[in-house]
Structure formats: structure tokens, C-alpha cells
Design a protein around this ligand. Structure first.
Ligand code: DGT
Ligand code: CA
Ligand code: CA
Length: 571
């Protein structure tokens, strides 16, 4: 079946290039349709060809038929090579940027003379893309992210990038009649970056499971195909490994392939000490070889005298010891989140209106939602002047009356200046329900200066939350230097919450700083920093980061009920 995938991929690329060329819509569609048909064949194209049945496949007319024959015979297609030669080689790469595709690449080529990734990046950075008709800021941002991802090449991808792709693939497999399917590896542990996606299936029919996996429409290439493991690369470059085991080994395999490797190494030596052998198929008595567990993950841990623990905790950071003592802590759940305390609207640099954000928050069952648009000195964020801020507060109150089921809060994400002062005077901050303070400038000061700056901001009586405390952008810039111990202590003393910013490229605080904050009893606020309604979904990643730091709900500001939050904020 590998050949089917290849034929489909070649036909797809032909369609892409024809589209780039602005060839007839019907041609493009014919190639795409043929690709889909061949992809979903249950027989091998080569067999069909040999038996003379190829022409009977629906959607394969004479011209495409001849091309498929050429690919089956030679493994290549001259027509594709000719098409490729019509364009600058760099443009083909532009087309591979996630969210770009042939149509967009064609526009960028024609209107902006974009012929390679370097030019594409420049055009995006100079904001020339958003000025094209039909393009916007969001597209431009996505393009920059896509380039970053492509260029990271074999590197790691952000959790926020891998997660929806992994989930969609998991769903694809489940929907084909495989109820026993799960993500594994770093993605199940919700690490901030992911090397490759791992998927595990329990089934008596490994062949059909593998075929289902390969038939995923986003598959670009099959990298490896063995009896129990198959690896593919998706069209956007992501590698996915899938393993299939018998249902009686599903739990053991899930445990094994979830990792981490460090957790497994410690677990294995513990098993040996207890007279067992553990592998991806089960737990066995060393003496008799008798299998004593394997069907469920709980069972595997339980025969070793251990309590099951959430996958996010499995990093060999002390969880094995606690589990043996039956003292795994209860950590925060996504369902315990009651609201979002850091979001943006069209008033500053967000995209959506307050109403749209409110309805999305209602859809999540939130009790409260804070609007925290940027403050006046953040010019790139279209920060609000004092007048516009006051107007915005009135708007929040007015809209709030229309939504009795949720408490809308007027707030700000206020700039912290280089001395630790805030961008609005105290009497203005006084009018707000919530103040989120943030550093967006002068990152490169000494650690002493930066610590002073943060301590000054935290000790300001109007501040409730310190936004993205370290300022790091994953894969792009390290956070600024400061004394984290001192800042955490000050946060505790001043009853200021440290933020876990849920943006996939931020996740700031990260998991280990969350653990530090948790051990010191510092309150955390898990915020999305959403700039549109969809980004409210990022909450999941912030919660995962908190879980990786073993944070309990009791330490989370936005896990408080509205009543408790209001008392806490003196509202
Ligand atoms: P990644 O992909 O780099 O983000 O990290 P993982 O943790 O997903 O690692 P990966 O994909 O190489 O392997 C998936 C899981 O398989 C890993 O979490 C634990 C398990 N595993 C892999 N190699 C070993 C090994 O040598 N020993 C043990 N005990 N487990 C392993
Ligand atoms: Ca992995
Ligand atoms: Ca893997």
C-alpha cells in the first residue's frame, strides 16, 4: 500500500503546482480527486495496474491514468519534474509553510515577488502581507510561526502545534473502530516541546490498524513499516510513530510508551528489586515467568505496590516514591478552571469584540472573564490611553448587564517601566477589577536591576498578577535574568499571583518554576492571554504546565469560585 500513498502524494503535488500556476480549476480538482481515490483504495495500485483494472477506479480519466502508470512503472513522474522547473525552487518551500499552500504562495509570488522563505519572512516582518487584500494580521502571524516551524527542521515542535495534530489522528483511528487508542510519549505527558508524536493502539488486527493509520489523509510519507510499529510523516513535516499491541498488553504498552524514559528506568529497577520483569507487554514474575499485569495501566502500577499517577507527573522527579507510599497529590484539572483573567479584545491588539469573547467564555462554562487590554505606552499593542481605558471600563459594565450568567471584569495588562513603575496612575488603576502587570521592554538589564524592577512592581498595591514572569519565547529567546527565589517570596508576601501564561510559545512560568512556586505556597493564575476567541482554548496547555509542576487547585487563583475570587480581590 505504500505505493498508493506515494502515487497520491505525487498527484497532490501536481495539483498544488497547477494551482500555483493558476491552471484550470477543473484540472486541479481532477488531480486532487484522483489522489483521494487512490489513497482510499483497499487494493494495491500496482495489482490493479497488472490486472488491467486501473482505468476502472473512479476519478481516473485517460490523462491521469497514464501518469499513474508511469509512476507505478518508474517510481517517478516527468510531468511533475517539468512543473517544478517552472517555478523558483524556493517557492516550493514557501508552499510547504503550514497555512500557506499553493493559492497563497501564488498570490505572494505575484503581488510581493516572494520567491523563497527569506523573502517571505521579510515580507511578514515588514507587515506587507497584512496589507494585501484578503490577508490579515492573523495570517501574517501564522506565516511567521510556520516559517519558524519549518526552519526548526528536525528540531522540536511546540506542544500547541503537536497537540491538535495528535488528537485529530487519534480520533481518525478511533473512528475506524479502534476504541483502544491513546497518545503516548511526550505528548501524553504534555511537555512544552515535542520531538515526535507517539500513538498506541490495542487491537487483535494490527494490519488493519496500520492501514488505518497510513490512510490518514494528512500522511505524506511512510517512513517505516514493521509488524508492530509504523512511522509516517504528515504533510506539515510532523513525524508520528504508531505501535499496535494486543488488548491484553495495552496497559503495559501505554505505560511503557508514555515514558518518560527516566521514569521507566527507575520503575524497571524497582520491579526487578521486587522480583518482577516489566516490559511493553506486561509485568511477569521473574521465577515462573507468569504474567501478572498488562491489560491496564493501573494494574501495572498496582502489582508493583504503586498508585496510578497522571502522565504529566512521570518525569522521575519523586513521583515513584510518593506513589509507593500511596501519596500522589491531587493535581489541578482543566474542569476546575472557573474563568480567564488575562485576555485582549479589539480595543487594543485583540481581534474579537468583548461580546464574542464573552460568549466563548460562556461556552466554556466560565463564571468570570477579565478583559485586560494593553496600556498606553505599549504602542505596538495599540495600548489604551487613560481616556480610552475609562471608556473601556464603561463598556465592560454595560455589556456585563446583558450577560447575567458571567461576571465580566474590567482590567488591564499594564506595562512595568524600567524602574518597576506602572503605566497608569494609582487613581486610574483603582477603578479596575484586576491589574495584570507585564514587562515588554528593556529585557537586557542586569539580573540585579531586573529583580529590583519586578519586586517594585509586585509590591505595588494595585497589582494582582505578574504576567509571563520570565519573558521567554520558546525557540526564540531566553527569559530575562532575575532572582526567581526573591520574586516568588515577594509574590507570596504581597499576595500577588504568578501567571502561567498558556500561549504555546510562552508557557511561562514553565513546569519547574511552577513546582518551585507550588512548594513555596505561591498563588498561580493560569491565563490564556487570548487575542481572539479560539485562543481561549489555550487554557489546556497552561493547566498541563501546572499539572507538570504538581500544582493543586487550591493554589490557583482562577480555580476560585466567583464569590471567593471577589473576596480575594476586594471587589
Ligand atoms: P520526544 O519524542 O523527544 O518529545 O520524547 P518522548 O518521551 O516522546 O520519546 P520517544 O518518542 O523517543 O519515545 C516514546 C516513549 O517510549 C518514551 O517516552 C518512553 C519510551 N521509550 C523510548 N525509548 C526507551 C528506552 O530506551 N527505554 C525505556 N524504558 N523507554 C523508552
Ligand atoms: Ca515522542
Ligand atoms: Ca517516538
Amino acid at each position: 500500500m505504500e505505493l498508493n500513498v506515494k502515487v497520491a502524494a505525487i498527484l497532490d503535488e501536481v495539483a498544488d503546482l497547477l494551482e500555483l500556476k493558476e491552471d484550470s480549476f477543473f484540472q486541479v480538482r481532477a488531480y486532487r480527486r484522483a489522489a483521494r481515490e487512490i489513497e482510499s483504495l483497499t487494493a494495491d495500485v500496482k495489482d490493479l495496474y497488472i490486472r488491467g483494472h486501473l482505468a476502472q477506479v473512479p476519478g481516473i480519466g485517460k490523462a491521469i491514468h497514464d501518469k499513474v502508470v508511469e509512476i507505478v512503472r518508474t517510481g517517478e513522474l516527468q510531468y511533475l519534474k517539468d512543473l517544478r522547473n517552472e517555478f523558483p525552487a524556493g517557492l516550493l518551500q514557501v508552499m510547504r509553510v503550514p497555512d500557506v499552500g499553493p493559492k497563497t504562495a501564488g498570490r505572494l509570488y505575484k503581488d510581493l515577488k516572494v520567491t523563497n522563505l527569506q523573502y517571505l519572512r521579510l515580507a511578514a516582518e515588514q507587515h506587507r502581507i497584512r496589507r494585501l487584500k484578503g490577508f490579515g494580521e492573523r495570517t501574517e502571524e501564522n506565516i511567521l510561526k510556520g516559517i519558524r516551524f519549518l526552519e526548526s527542521g528536525q528540531g522540536r515542535m511546540l506542544l500547541g502545534y503537536a497537540y491538535p495534530r495528535g488528537k485529530a489522528l487519534e480520533e481518525h483511528i478511533r473512528s475506524h473502530g479502534f476504541p483502544q487508542v491513546s497518545l503516548g510519549g511526550s505528548l501524553r505527558r504534555m511537555k512544552e516541546t515535542i520531538g515526535d508524536i507517539d500513538i498506541l493502539v490495542g487491537s487483535d488486527d494490527p494490519q488493519r490498524a496500520m492501514d488505518t493509520f497510513i490512510s490518514y489523509p494528512q500522511t505524506e510519507e511512510v517512513l517505516l513499516k514493521g509488524p508492530t510499529k509504523t512511522s509516517i510523516r504528515l504533510v506539515d513535516g510532523v513525524q508520528v510513530d504508531m505501535r499496535v499491541v494486543e488488548p491484553s498488553s495495552y496497559g503495559a504498552a501505554l505505560q511503557y510508551f508514555t515514558g518518560s524514559k527516566e521514569h521507566n528506568v527507575t520503575l524497571r529497577s524497582l520491579a526487578i528489586d521486587l522480583g518482577y520483569k516489566i516490559n511493553e507487554y506486561g509485568v511477569y514474575r521473574k521465577e515462573s515467568g507468569e504474567k501478572v499485569a498488562g491489560e491496564t495501566e493501573e494494574g501495572v502500577y498496582s502489582v508493583l505496590g504503586m498508585q496510578w499517577m497522571p502522565s504529566e507527573m512521570r518525569e522521575d522527579r519523586g513521583e515513584i516514591d510518593l506513589s509507593r507510599k500511596g501519596r500522589i497529590p491531587r493535581i489541578l484539572e482543566l474542569s476546575e478552571i472557573r474563568g480567564d483573567l488575562h485576555t485582549h479584545t479589539e480595543a487594543s491588539d485583540g481581534v474579537d469584540s468583548m461580546e464574542a469573547m464573552t460568549e466563548a467564555a460562556l461556552g466554556k462554562g466560565y463564571e468570570y472573564l477579565a478583559f485586560t487590554d494593553h496600556s498606553r505606552s505599549l504602542k505596538v499593542g495599540n495600548g489604551l490611553s487613560v481616556e480610552r481605558l475609562q471608556e473601556n471600563i464603561r463598556l465592560v459594565r454595560k455589556i456585563g448587564e446583558r450577560y447575567p450568567d458571567i461576571h465580566l471584569m474590567a482590567g488591564t495588562e499594564v506595562e512595568i517601566d524600567e524602574k518597576g513603575g506602572l503605566d497608569y496612575p494609582p487613581e486610574v488603576l483603582e477603578e479596575l477589577d484586576i491589574v495584570v502587570a507585564a514587562v515588554h521592554s528593556r529585557f537586557k538589564m542586569s539580573s540585579e536591576e531586573m529583580t529590583e524592577r519586578l519586586l517594585t512592581a509586585i509590591s505595588n498595591e494595585h497589582v494582582h498578577i505578574l504576567a509571563h514572569p520570565t519573558g521567554r519565547i520558546i525557540g526564540e529567546r531566553e527569559g530575562y535574568q532575575f532572582d526567581m527565589e526573591a520574586v516568588l517570596q515577594a509574590a507570596k508576601d504581597n499576595d500577588v499571583a504568578m501567571e502561567i501564561n498558556s500561549f504555546p510559545e510562552r508557557l511561562d512560568l514553565n513546569d519547574t518554576y511552577c513546582a518551585m512556586a507550588m512548594q513555596r505556597g505561591v498563588t498561580l493564575s493560569i491565563d490564556t492571554d487570548a487575542h481572539n476567541v479560539r485562543q481561549l482554548d489555550y487554557m489546556l496547555f497552561g493547566v498541563a504546565t501546572a499539572r507538570r509542576g504538581w500544582v493543586p487547585k487550591e493554589l490557583v487563583l482562577n480555580a476560585l469560585s466567583w464569590d471567593d475570587l471577589r473576596k480575594r480581590l476586594d471587589l
